[in-house]
Design a protein around this ligand. Structure first.
Ligand code: GLN
Length: 544
């Protein structure tokens, strides 16, 4: 039987419930326990796939093709596990299921209500992961206590707490302890109020994790314990960290794992082993090199829109003991004059994934520049499509080349809608989503990058509607672009590369989704390595 940990949030959003949940799960996993995390999001969208990245940041994609909240990315990166459809559920999905059941007549004429029908569905989804024999299931309740949207979740949690034994479930409330400069002290009142909200919903939290900018005193902890009805030893602080990857260490110092193990009567299978994690942190904090990587995208004012790319670069940077400075550039701001100005201090360039035609020409220009200058280039999804368009325009020499997403009338649609996408009108969940097999061609850079463990066969995650148009396949190798990875089932080209370039790789999939702290993605590792080499060569040339 699995044990359940629930993580609620109080006072304000953006306190980092996902990071605290991931950190705790990491500490339990590092003691040999089998752990997973799921997130409930209280909005009505069925999944975040249709949400604008400006509103919600990146949409993360799982192996089984779920479009999920970006916190799932943190879960995977921290725990080095793959999540699935069951790990992210929204209010929209809950209601959709209940309404579908009602249409099927499953409720036998009963009035369908929030209690018990919606709350039952929430509880069913929480327990769904039990079938995979986890020792611990951590459930993060999105939103902030006090939101109208959160109420059904809190009610489901209250019921579950009643159904489960005390030793089988634990509630952690993550809250904010602001420091008022004028008064010169930390303030507990917002937390008292948010815990009161929880108590009004019938839930007394077992643990308070207090987000704070500076250490809180014993007196403050005592006050919180008294007013919030929590053991003082279970009031712990989460001080701002220099990197999210330090948080598991901070939580261990605060003994959050011990509190949880004692409360849930867990039996760790080994003593805490964070060797790999600490190795990563050490390399991350003590880099021996430093490179600048341009990230060309159209949501660049918001790093969250490219969360997994930033994280994958950090993992790959640490692997190479190299600090990565990501320089975000808005593709709409790229023109012939700005490019060389920006790029002269750059050691690598990524063209980000994206949708629609906005900023596309800037991306294509950026590709042309790095191709011609021999600067390491990684094109991801739309980035790969831009690389192909650029190649056909400027190397093959065709005119009026485009992707049909950008110009449906182009004379040479080298990127076109996949045939199984042609009749699809609905937007949500209808792209090519999730992990697909890709066979790597021997002797190519891609084959070498992925290396022996993969033996030329990889599975990478997709999220797109358009593809390389195989009617143009004949031109590729003839003009020097190698299709180095192909889907064996439908012959779709998933990777292209230029052999005469230090590093020029475009991938139709999203390698960033599979990069983990303890298992950085080989494509990013190799890309960063090339950027380091490029910088070294440039330095050598300048000093000659
Ligand atoms: N818009 C492109 C497509 O749908 C690329 C998508 C992406 O970059 N994820 O194929």
């Amino acid at each position: 039987m699995s044990k359940f940990i629930f993580v609620t949030g109080g006072v304000t959003s953006s306190l980092g419930k996902g990071i605290i949940s991931s950190s705790l799960a990491k500490l339990l996993q590092a003691r040999g326990l089998k752990v997973t995390i799921q997130k409930f999001d209280p909005y009505i969208n069925v999944d975040p796939g249709t949400l604008n990245p400006y509103e919600h940041g990146e949409c993360f994609v799982t192996d089984d093709g779920a479009e999920t909240d970006l916190d799932l990315g943190h879960y995977e990166r921290f725990l080095n596990i793959s999540t699935s459809q069951a790990n992210n559920v929204t209010t929209g999905r809950i209601y959709q299921t209940v309404i579908n059941k009602e249409r099927e007549g499953d409720f036998l004429g009963k009035t369908v209500q929030i209690i018990p029908h919606i709350t039952d569905e929430i509880k069913r989804r929480i327990k769904l992961l039990e079938k995979d024999d986890y020792d611990v299931i951590v459930t993060e309740l999105g939103g902030t206590v006090g939101d109208i949207e959160s109420l059904p979740y809190l009610e489901a949690l209250r019921q579950l707490k009643r159904e489960l034994k005390n030793k089988d479930c634990l509630v952690i409330h993550l809250t904010l302890i602001p420091y008022l400069k004028a008064a010169g002290e930390h303030k507990t009142k917002p937390t008292q109020h948010s815990v009161k909200e929880l108590q009004m919903a019938g839930i007394i939290p077992d643990v308070l994790v207090c987000r704070t900018e500076s250490h809180i005193s014993e007196e403050i902890k005592e006050k919180l314990a008294l007013f919030c009805n929590v053991e003082k030893s279970n009031v712990i602080e989460a001080v701002d960290a220099d990197t999210i990857y330090r948080v598991p260490i901070l939580m261990q110092e605060e003994e959050l794992d011990k509190i949880v193990i004692d409360h849930l009567h867990l039996e760790p299978k080994k003593s805490l082993d964070l060797t790999k994690w600490n190795d990563f942190l050490h390399r991350y904090k003590h880099p021996k090199a430093e490179v600048n990587i341009i990230l060309v995208g159209k949501y660049n004012e918001l790093a969250d829109a490219y969360k997994s790319i930033y994280e994958a670069l950090d993992h790959a940077g640490a692997e190479n003991s190299c600090k990565i400075n990501v320089v975000p550039i808005h593709s709409e701001n790229l023109d012939d004059t700005s490019l060389p100005l920006e790029i002269h201090k750059i050691h690598g360039l990524i063209v980000a994934p994206g949708f629609g035609d906005r900023g596309i020409e800037g991306k294509i220009k950026a590709v042309q520049y790095v191709r011609e200058q021999g600067i390491p280039f990684l094109g991801i999804c739309l980035g790969m499509q831009c690389a192909v368009v650029e190649f056909f325009r400027n190397v093959v020499g065709l005119s009026d080349v485009s992707s049909t997403e950008v110009n449906p009338e182009a004379a040479h649609p080298v990127i076109a809608l996949m045939s199984d996408q042609k009749d699809i009108r609905q937007k949500g969940g209808t792209m090519r989503l999730g992990a697909y097999q890709c066979i790597l061609k021997k002797g190519t850079k891609a084959f070498e990058i992925y290396g022996a463990p993969h033996n030329g066969e990889i599975y990478e995650r997709h999220r797109h509607r358009y593809e390389f148009n195989n009617a143009y396949k004949g031109y590729l190798e003839k003009h020097g672009m190698i299709p180095s990875g192909v889907n064996p089932k439908n012959d779709l080209i998933e990777i292209v590369e230029l052999p005469d370039h230090p590093f020029f790789v475009g991938v139709q999939f999203h390698p960033e989704y599979k990069s983990r702290v303890e298992e950085p993605h080989p494509l990013f590792v190799s890309f960063v390595q090339s950027a380091i080499n490029y910088k070294d060569d440039k330095v050598k040339l300048n000093t000659l």
